[in-house]
Design a protein around this ligand. Structure first.
Ligand SMILES: C[S@@+](CC[C@H](N)C(=O)[O-])C[C@H]1O[C@@H](n2cnc3c(N)ncnc32)[C@H](O)[C@@H]1O
Length: 395
């Protein structure tokens, strides 16, 4: 994407959208569709020019955004004393009152201030002291459900203070009432489905569905349900300049499709606990009619009729223990080869050695992170006579 000078006027301002490493391009396209301009891809994020309306729309509609930050102030701070001194002078009371609660997220890189927590603490002290000096009282901190969430980002002593327009992270969609042992982030699940190029027509299959994240995200995509549809609220709703009319309008324009999609979404898992968990989450999202579940192992799952698009997240040792991880990946390869001819299968895994034992040649490999775990998202095109390859994958 081309880098152009970003414009700011009375109505537009810069926004930094954060995402998972590997999903930047997808997020940039989502932001463009919501009206963002001057879009620039950065490390784990996207910067763009936004209006208030675009900011609300991105929070509500971008499936791959984790947070959308509105930068307020930038200055240099070599150490915690300078950070505190400069923060003390900022006009915090133009953004919030004594009745508001607040929280600070810190992120520090290559800086004289060594800890993110410490930067957050110093900023919190400065906010409290600036209110005390002016009003004799200070607003309270609430780290869980603050009215205002600020972000302090320091890189090479350059400090940016932003307002977090999302509030809680946008992966918290609001439908997941039962998490399961190793769930994918909703943002990652959505991003993987989009990266896989699912056409919303082929039957979507996740044969190892765990808590059902891929299935639910796929059903939301198929039915045009905005990712923010089930959420309780967003940070910007507490801002002084919050415009309820614009917000109403954004939600009105982003309504789910009136007619439910006829595409089939099929999930399976050999664990009865996983099946119960998935069922709870699907029903919390009201998507029972879109998704069918099969409590069985991948080997025994009956292939659905018609064209099939598989996206799956098998266990990979670090987060889910499997007695025989090599055998599991060999079985995945064998099952794909035998039962899924002419289908497309995408597999995300963090155990690159185990993935070699799928024994099929991937036609695409995408590097992506699942939390701190570096993974590969691999595409397998299965056609009649797909042959198993020995050691065919250099991870
Ligand atoms: C990493 S978890 C999937 C997490 C899921 N993507 C989520 O967001 O919750 C892997 C799942 O594979 C299931 N599993 C392992 N071996 C299986 C097999 N042979 N057939 C079907 N499911 C299996 C496990 O029970 C577990 O729920």
């Amino acid at each position: 994407m081309q880098k152009r000078p970003r414009t700011s006027s009375a109505n537009t301002f810069t926004v930094t959208a954060k995402t998972i490493l590997g999903l930047e391009e997808i997020l940039a396209e989502e932001i463009r569709q919501q009206g963002g301009s001057d879009i620039e891809i950065i490390h784990r994020g996207v910067q763009f020019s936004s209006t208030q309306e675009t900011l609300y729309a991105c929070n509500y509609n971008c499936r791959t955004a984790l947070r959308l930050l509105k930068p307020l102030w930038e200055f240099s701070a070599r150490d915690d004393t300078e950070l505190y001194r400069k923060c003390l002078k900022l006009p915090w009371d133009t953004l919030m009152g004594l009745d508001n609660t607040f929280a600070i997220d810190g992120a520090v890189f290559n800086s004289g201030i060594t800890h993110s927590m410490y930067a957050a603490l110093k900023t919190k002290d400065a906010i409290a002291d600036s209110f005390r000096a002016k009003f004799g009282k200070r607003p309270s901190v609430d780290t869980d459900y603050p009215d205002m969430r600020f972000n302090v980002h320091i890189n090479r002593n350059h400090c940016t203070i932003s307002l977090d327009s999302s509030g809680s992270s946008l992966h918290l969609r609001g439908y997941k009432i039962a998490p399961g042992p190793a769930p994918l982030s909703e943002v990652l699940a959505s991003g993987l489905i989009m990266l896989s190029g699912w056409d919303k027509k082929k039957t979507f299959v996740d044969p190892m569905c765990g808590s059902g994240t891929l299935l639910i995200e796929a059903a939301m995509i198929a039915n045009d349900i905005p990712p923010g549809y089930y959420r309780n609220g967003f940070g910007f709703e507490k801002w002084k300049d919050f415009d309820a009319a614009i917000w109403k309008d954004v939600k009105e324009r982003s309504k789910p499709a009136e007619e439910a999609s006829s595409v089939r979404i099929v999930g399976g898992d050999m664990s009865s606990l996983a099946m119960r968990t998935t069922r709870k989450n699907i029903s919390s999202a009201g998507l029972e009619r879109s998704i069918s579940l099969h409590p069985t192992s991948f080997e025994k799952l009956k292939r659905p009729p018609g064209d099939v698009h598989i996206v799956m997240n098998p266990p990979y040792g670090e987060r889910v223990k499997s007695d025989d991880i090599i055998g599991l990946y060999q079985m995945i390869g064998d099952t794909l080869k035998q039962n899924y001819q002419n289908a497309e299968a995408w597999i995300i895994g963090g155990d690159l050695r185990a993935m070699k034992f799928i024994g099929l040649r991937p036609s695409k490999k995408i590097r992506i992170f699942n939390g701190p775990i570096e993974c590969r998202f691999m595409k397998f095109e299965l056609y009649e006579g797909s042959r198993k390859h020995k050691n065919s994958i250099e991870a």
